[in-house]
Design a protein around this ligand. Structure first.
Ligand code: CA
Length: 423
């Protein structure tokens, strides 16, 4: 797939995350102005409410872009998603409709330097479900928690295992996160203790954003589930490992995951990722028919994690892997969710589960990278880490690599602050 040439010159570089082929959706504001829906083109944010106001784009009879979320737009369905994308492509491509390019006033109002804006949550998270669908991660964690023989639970190769998380603490990249407080049981102690988490971790994940709902009690096929998905974000499922180890049996993570989940400010659409579809890996056990895929439903997306202590001059790359390593696709996860009767809504967020590659350099959490804290990580500048310390900034980034361009997600960043005062 070749790059479509844009008249916004910065969109034509090989490295930008936002060529004209991408057109992700987000929500931004400038000082003194209300948040609006936008897209990214090169190093610019394009205000979609301004274009809608000027009559250059339309999603239907009612305006949808002068809002602080893309939920109403997502709810309009794939025909509208495609029509708006095609129209934006025509307005921005070299040789396309010159209505925006030739309007100096509108261009000045609608195109803003990406460094001059504040990015907000792109969508209202209706509900958040987190899965556990990376096999390497599940085997690594299972080996540490239960031993090699019992690493994969007996249901793992048959069910995309998940739990219902909290939508209320899903936050946009750039939001600082306080180290959580909680209950944990040190291995040398008979009784649990209370205090700040000591084994604070990341989880490198992708999030699927549900665009279209199903009715309560109405099962959907894997293909129908795929059609319900609007797009994808980078997702960091911050995790308190010591709280998790003490609480997780028998119902799974609870307090260890509630304090924050960070996402990238850009939702990259499924249609932009279409050229990068890849199949899930060979099934070790045949799946039940309702989970069987008819085509490739994963994506070839290169992912990286960077860590930077407070005051450090540079960040260190601590993991590099690929979304294609997942065992279950988001469409399978969504079909599994709905088959039991669950109504899925516009704005639901499905976390993929930690994405770990087969090599140690591709492990998507510090728990795995440092093997439970036993093998400290060396950072640029000489500091070492087992888990996250206060002041550390963690950044996820990722893109699909095309022939001469990238379809990127930007960054998903968070800095850890000390735990709240409590006595
Ligand atoms: Ca997770």
């Amino acid at each position: 797939m070749k790059r479509t040439h844009a008249w916004v010159e910065s969109a034509n570089s090989a490295e930008t995350h936002f060529p004209l082929n991408n057109l992700p959706y987000g929500v931004y504001s400038r000082e003194g102005s209300a948040p609006h829906c936008c897209t990214a083109i090169g190093d610019q944010v394009l205000d979609l409410a301004r274009l809608e106001d000027a009559g250059l784009i339309s999603a239907g009879p009612e305006p949808v872009f002068s809002q602080d979320s893309i939920n109403d737009f997502m709810a309009l369905g794939a025909d509208v998603w495609n029509a708006v994308r095609n129209r934006l492509t025509d307005l921005l491509r070299e040789g396309g409709d010159p209505a925006l390019r030739n309007d100096d006033g509108l261009r000045a109002a609608a195109l803003v330097d990406i460094d001059d804006v504040v990015m907000h949550m792109p969508f209202r998270v209706a509900e958040y479900t987190d899965f556990y669908s990376g096999r390497q991660h599940a085997e690594n964690v299972g080996t540490m928690f239960r031993g090699k023989e019992n690493a994969l639970p007996p249901n793992w190769l048959h069910i995309p295992i998940g739990y219902n998380g909290r939508a209320s603490t899903v936050v946009v990249s750039g939001t600082d996160i306080h180290r959580p407080l909680g209950q944990m049981k040190p291995p040398d102690s008979d009784n649990p203790v209370f205090g700040p988490c000591r084994r604070l971790d990341i989880e490198l994940e992708m999030g699927a954003v549900v665009g279209l709902p199903n009715a309560m009690g109405q099962p959907v096929t894997v293909d129908e589930a795929d059609a319900m998905i609007f797009g994808y974000v980078l997702l960091n499922d911050w995790s308190a490992r010591d709280i998790q180890a003490w609480e997780y049996q028998p119902l799974g993570p609870f307090q260890s995951k509630v304090f924050a989940t960070s996402i990238s400010p850009w939702v990259v659409t499924k249609v932009a990722l279409e050229p990068y579809r890849v199949a899930t890996q060979a099934r070790e056990k045949q799946l039940l028919p309702y989970l069987t895929e008819n085509g490739p439903l994963l994506y070839d997306i290169e992912l990286e994690v960077l860590m930077q202590p407070q005051g450090a001059r540079q960040a260190t790359s601590i993991a590099a892997t690929n979304y294609r390593n997942m065992y279950y696709s988001a469409a399978q996860q969504l079909a599994h969710h709905a088959i039991g009767g669950c109504r899925m809504n516009t704005g639901d967020l499905l976390g993929s589960g930690t994405i770990s590659g087969p090599e140690k350099s591709g492990f998507g959490s510090l728990l795995e990278i440092t093997w439970g804290g036993k093998e400290p990580l060396m950072l640029e500048g000489g500091q070492t880490r087992t888990f996250i310390e206060d002041g550390d900034t963690l950044t996820l980034t990722g893109y699909a690599q095309g022939e001469d361009h990238r379809i990127g997600f930007g960054a998903c960043r968070g800095t850890i602050l000390p735990s709240p005062k409590f006595s």
